[in-house]
Design a protein around this ligand. Sequence first.
Ligand code: COA
Length: 290
Amino acid sequence: MILKEGMLKEGALKGKNILITGGGTGLGKSMGEYFLELGANLVITSRKLDVLEATAKEMMGQKGGKVLPLSCDVREIEQVEKMWEDAVTEFGEIHVVLNNAAGNFISPTERLSTNAFNTVLDIVLKGTSQVTLTAGKDWISKKQTGTFLNIVTTYAWTGSGYVVPSAAAKAGVLAMTRSLAVEWAKYGIRSNAIAPGPFPTEGAWSRLLPGELVKKFDPAKKVPVGRVGEHQELANLAAYLVSDFSSFVNGEVMTIDGGEWLKGAGEFNNLDKIPQEMWDMMEASRGKKP
Ligand code: COA
């Protein structure tokens, strides 16, 4: 099936060293696997070194290339700086940073403790800004070019109830992406973002829609194209945006959600619940012959 096929030509990311935060599992892992397939080397980071090491071994066994696992809590600047130093020591230069690490709690906002709210803000907004500044300052001081790709979400611009700290933090990441796209373009640093809709992952989905909830709120039902996303579809877009083929794309956020957010936004979109017979009746009442 074409949805599961890689899109870019062989070697499209050859010579690129790509750092992925939250790269040990889920969507970060899927994107990393495709980058490797296209000739890149990877640094994958998260808090869980054992998970990263297992992923790195699996990836290198299946796809070849080099994968360096480094433990790093993006909330801690000392850990971010050490991680960056180790990555640069290993590879000489990192060309791409994919800010993918995130945290999210689904909850009525009034039930969240201050610490819970801050935890999500810290991972998503502070974590992304700390990794971005650490990499960006290093690139600028060494006169190296670079590319940022930030994973946001479609509710970064609409907002969303029940994930308020995530919405607030992702909106910040989106603003940062667009701001730095302009400010740092003079240094040869591009910044773009992807806003993914529903892409099933074991971690996020079991947390965000636990147990029976996933059946009750089947995410595919909210998507005009009638399905959720395939990881490869996201990986194809990400690979394009970190590759040199997208050199003229800067400050863009690309939505990949099958039309999900627009469906919620358009005032009359829920009229798709009206059956054909009712439209026939309405036409007939206007005097139109069947
Ligand atoms: N709902 C509401 N509050 C929650 C929560 C939940 N599901 N889980 C934890 N919290 C609260 C805790 O009670 C704590 O607040 P308190 O000190 O006032 O009690 C606060 O959040 C921090 O929790 P803690 O478990 O100490 O945080 P942590 O730093 O160890 O881990 C995450 C936080 C987000 C990293 C962890 O939950 C995680 O690994 N999540 C998986 C990643 C993820 O969420 N991905 C989603 C991508 S969309």
